[in-house]
Design a protein around this ligand. Structure first.
Ligand SMILES: NC(=O)c1ccc[n+]([C@@H]2O[C@H](COP(=O)([O-])OP(=O)(O)OC[C@H]3O[C@@H](n4cnc5c(N)ncnc54)[C@H](O)[C@@H]3O)[C@@H](O)[C@H]2O)c1
Ligand SMILES: O=C(O)[C@H]1O[C@H](OP(=O)(O)OP(=O)(O)OC[C@H]2O[C@@H](n3ccc(=O)[nH]c3=O)[C@H](O)[C@@H]2O)[C@H](O)[C@@H](O)[C@@H]1O
Length: 386
């Protein structure tokens, strides 16, 4: 750890980071890397700590004293401002960010992604503290190309689908499509942070993750989350594979996504944390444009990879189509395609993703199998016995 320097060759001083939402998927990976590779201190704020328990106990861990857990709900806790004041930097990850909630719990979604983030922005601005705020690629909504005729040659032109921070519009569906409650709340908090920067000098960085996936993402329904819960696609498909049931393709699985390995993405956040002069005032796409698939192709690849890591033969019919209304309920809508423009992050931080989709699925599904296969088997045999 000694002699660590930033991208401009300046020594990196140890800092204190207030990380809100540290107990979630991204937070757990960020805390892990900060503890093992840097001398920084983390004030970890969340309502849950299960995913970072291995970093908090036992007290003999080499980073003992450099990570403190604060069980705080940021909706209503006066201790938050004190923690932000104690820190050099605040990283805000707290959010409701599972699509199944956007149309079924739109109020909670808007409060979580906009209203609850307001005090965090305010405290950072008033106390002259730096903020890294987690937004989403969903702020782009749909591509311009989605509105062209199916056979238009312009659909192949990157100008109509590549999503760039400083040029692409944000295209959401009508209000009754409540899917967009999340994207709209995230967009408004981005605009507020940007305005705090412009009018009051807030030092900020906004991160727009593009489908980061890996171990510890969300939950497996009925095992470490509610049986009726609907997590994001990686956990939905993992759950189907663990239970030997067909993977459900919403509206045929034609939507396209680019998936990036969490460990590649965390490298980018690291560079932002330790290179404030290059990261402040910027909005960054963080994704892997080389890993594009349709959801149907993702299902097929996950089926193949899972068979390899588990040694189990895939089902004869590995997928089944389901309507979005049946799967998510009224008010669902979808982003058609998500290719991140990498120009700004390349220029500012020299960062590029490394891991192919096959490789990231192999390590992630190995983890899923090792962590959950036995528990799922036991839960299923109990259900059969009853
Ligand atoms: N994973 C991705 O690919 C992805 C993509 C786009 C955007 N994001 C954004 O990144 C952030 C983190 O995402 P994640 O995948 O780690 O999600 P996550 O749900 O695993 O983590 C969010 C954490 O915030 C905590 N939290 C929520 N409300 C809170 C509150 N009121 N008080 C205290 N803690 C609270 C939750 O308990 C959870 O541990 C979110 O803002 C999300 O919108 C993630
Ligand atoms: O990860 C991101 O970058 C962002 O996008 C996600 O949104 P989305 O990609 O639509 O969510 P997933 O649940 O991962 O679904 C991906 C696609 O798979 C489909 N899907 C999902 C689950 C399933 O079982 N079957 C299925 O076909 C969905 O309809 C969607 O088209 C979430 O909104 C956020 O976590 C985040 O902001």
């Amino acid at each position: 750890m000694a002699g660590r320097v930033d991208l401009d060759g300046n020594p990196i001083k140890p800092m204190t980071i207030c990380m809100i939402g540290a107990g979630g998927f991204i937070g757990s990976h960020l805390c892990e890397k900060l503890m093992s590779e840097t001398p920084h201190t983390v004030l970890a704020v969340d309502v849950y700590s299960d995913k970072i328990k291995h970093l908090l106990e036992p007290t003999s861990l080499p980073w003992n004293g450099r990570i403190q857990f604060h069980r705080i709900n940021i909706k209503n806790d006066s201790r938050l401002e004190g923690l932000i004041k104690m820190a050099d930097l605040t990283v805000n990850l707290a959010a409701i960010c599972t699509p199944a909630d956007y149309n079924t719990r739109p109020l909670d979604t808007i409060y979580s992604n906009f209203v609850d983030a307001l005090p965090v922005v305010k405290y950072c601005s008033e106390n002259g503290k730096r903020l890294i705020h987690f937004s989403t690629c969903e702020v782009y909504g749909k591509t311009i190309g989605a509105f062209l005729p199916e056979d238009s040659p312009l659909r192949q032109d990157p100008a109509y689908f590549v999503l760039s921070e400083d040029a692409s519009p944000c295209i959401f569906g009508p209000i009754e499509k409540q899917r967009w409650s999340y994207a709209c709340a995230k967009q408004l908090i981005e605009r507020l942070i940007y305005a705090e920067g412009a009018e009051n000098g807030l030092e900020f960085t906004i991160v727009r993750p593009f489908n980061w996936i890996g171990p510890r993402m969300d939950f497996i329904p009925g095992i470490d989350g509610p049986s009726e819960g609907v997590p994001r696609v990686l956990a939905c498909f993992s759950n189907n594979l663990l239970r030997h049931e067909p993977l459900k393709l919403v509206d045929g699985g034609h939507s396209q996504r680019t998936f990036i390995y969490i460990k590649d993405a965390i490298e980018a956040v690291f560079l932002m944390i330790e290179n404030p002069a290059r990261a402040n005032g910027h909005i960054f796409n963080v994704g892997n444009p080389n890993n594009e698939v349709t959801v149907k192709q993702l299902a097929e690849m996950m089926t193949q990879v899972y068979s390899k890591v588990s040694g189990e033969t895939p089902l004869e019919t590995p997928t089944v189509d389901v309507s979005s209304k049946e799967f998510y309920g009224e008010g669902y809508d979808d982003s058609d395609k998500r290719i991140p423009d990498m120009t700004i992050i390349n220029r500012q931080l020299g960062w590029n993703p490394k891991t192919s989709l096959w490789d990231l699925l192999e390590s992630t599904l190995t983890y899923q199998h090792r962590t959950y296969a036995e528990a799922v088997k036991q839960a299923m045999s109990k259900t059969t016995a009853n």
